[in-house]
Ligand binder design. Structure first.
Ligand SMILES: Nc1ncnc2c1ncn2[C@@H]1O[C@H](COP(=O)(O)OP(=O)(O)OP(=O)(O)O)[C@@H](O)[C@H]1O
Length: 357
């Protein structure tokens, strides 16, 4: 098996957790849901911090739990980062890291000290004790410590939850870097839409102990039957690369799978990858590409499906642009006039693009 198989059924007073899924063993899987939906319990069961009778847990070819067999947490090759950093208070940051390094399985020394210290920007903090670190710095050291155990899987349970907004913004780029530079699968629990937009490759949405949606981020976010709104609006998150900057007009050109888009330049260098959000309200449809409108972005798109929005005058239309999917909010009248139906080709006019930062 190539993924992470999880099957469990747990009844606790009025809380019932029922999971039967296979998560990818690559990239970042985000488990997203409201408080009390069962995210932490699921992560703890996967880690072996919780022994749920009858559960089946398999990581690639290794059985971690089945019938009477239960591999305890210290024998599972994983790193765990908690909501509040669990550093040893009496040890300096360096000694906390050395402790992890000693515990590491020497046969798997893939992640090296220098690389981790550099990636997490903690070189200047190593001689400080946890009490001398800010919340964000402590979490960076805690992540480094989890990585120096040389895990095959990194589990993170709301690692930014105890931080204020400014500190969260400070740490997200480090998590982005880890994701891009380490070939390490991660399962990341959060109830923050911002962290989903930033980090998720695969999304699992939990509600009252059940998975109500799961799949690749683009697929899951753009579902019309169960719209998951990151923030106040339906929309899509896409990966893009900055390919040109036009200083004269103050614009940047980014490449997505279906073509390119221009948006307000915000200083990101050519060659950098970014994630962008395109809200359904900013996408309209046209039969032909226009140059008589103020909208500069027009991309060929095929209608996948459409569904009534929560107002009868509006429809949500799911559109395929090569490998990417976006959603447009269009009036029911326009859908009727333009005869919008699955399989038809249009030009998606995209009014604005938000960079996920
Ligand atoms: N050890 C326990 N004993 C009894 N009930 C528990 C225990 N741990 C969690 N629960 C209950 O199980 C349910 C799911 O809790 P869990 O912590 O998994 O949710 P969560 O989605 O991670 O929530 P949050 O985002 O608030 O951390 C809640 O109703 C919680 O009160």
């Amino acid at each position: 098996m190539t993924g992470i198989g999880i099957k469990l059924d747990l009844q606790r007073k009025d809380f019932h957790l029922r999971i039967n899924t296979t998560l990818p063993a690559k990239g970042v899987t985000v488990i997203y849901g409201h408080s009390g939906s069962g995210k932490t319990t699921l992560l703890r069961a996967l880690a072996g911090l919780e022994n749920i009778p009858g559960a089946d847990i398999q990581f690639q070819d290794s059985l971690w739990q089945k019938a009477q067999q239960f591999v305890p947490v210290h024998n599972r090759p994983l790193g765990y980062v908690f909501q509040e950093s669990s550093l040893f208070e009496h040890l300096s940051a360096r000694k906390n890291l050395l402790f992890a390094q000693k515990r590491a399985d020497k046969s798997r020394c893939k992640i090296d000290w220098e690389q981790i210290v550099e990636l997490l920007g903690i070189g200047d903090l190593l001689d400080r004790f946890p009490a001398q670190l800010s919340g964000g710095e402590r979490q960076r050291v805690a992540i480094a410590r989890a990585l120096l155990v040389q895990p095959k899987l990194l589990l993170m349970d709301e690692p930014l939850a105890s931080l204020d907004q400014a500190r969260k913004r400070e740490i997200l780029p480090y998590l982005d870097k880890l994701k891009r530079e380490l070939d390490l699968p991660m399962v990341y629990v959060t109830h923050s839409p911002e962290e989903v937009a930033h980090l998720a490759d695969y999304l699992v949405v939990l509600d009252k102990g059940e998975i109500v949606a799961s799949g690749n981020l683009a697929e899951t976010l753009t579902r019309l039957d169960f719209p998951i709104h990151l923030g106040e609006e339906a929309g899509a998150v896409l990966e893009a690369k900055v390919v040109e900057r036009d200083a004269h007009w103050g614009l940047s050109k980014i490449e997505i799978s279906g073509g390119h888009l221009w948006f307000r330049d915000n200083g990101i260098a050519v060659g950098e990858y970014v994630r962008i959000r395109i809200f359904a309200r900013d996408v309209s449809l046209a039969v032909t590409p226009h140059d008589d409108t103020s909208i500069i972005n027009s991309i060929p798109a095929t209608v996948l499906e459409l569904e009534a929005d929560n107002h009868k005058g509006l429809m949500l239309v799911r559109l395929q642009l090569n490998d990417d999917i976006i959603v447009a909010r269009v009036s029911t009248l326009s859908c009727h006039k333009l005869n919008v139906e699955p399989g038809k080709r249009f030009w998606a006019q995209i009014k604005s693009v938000a960079i996920v930062q």
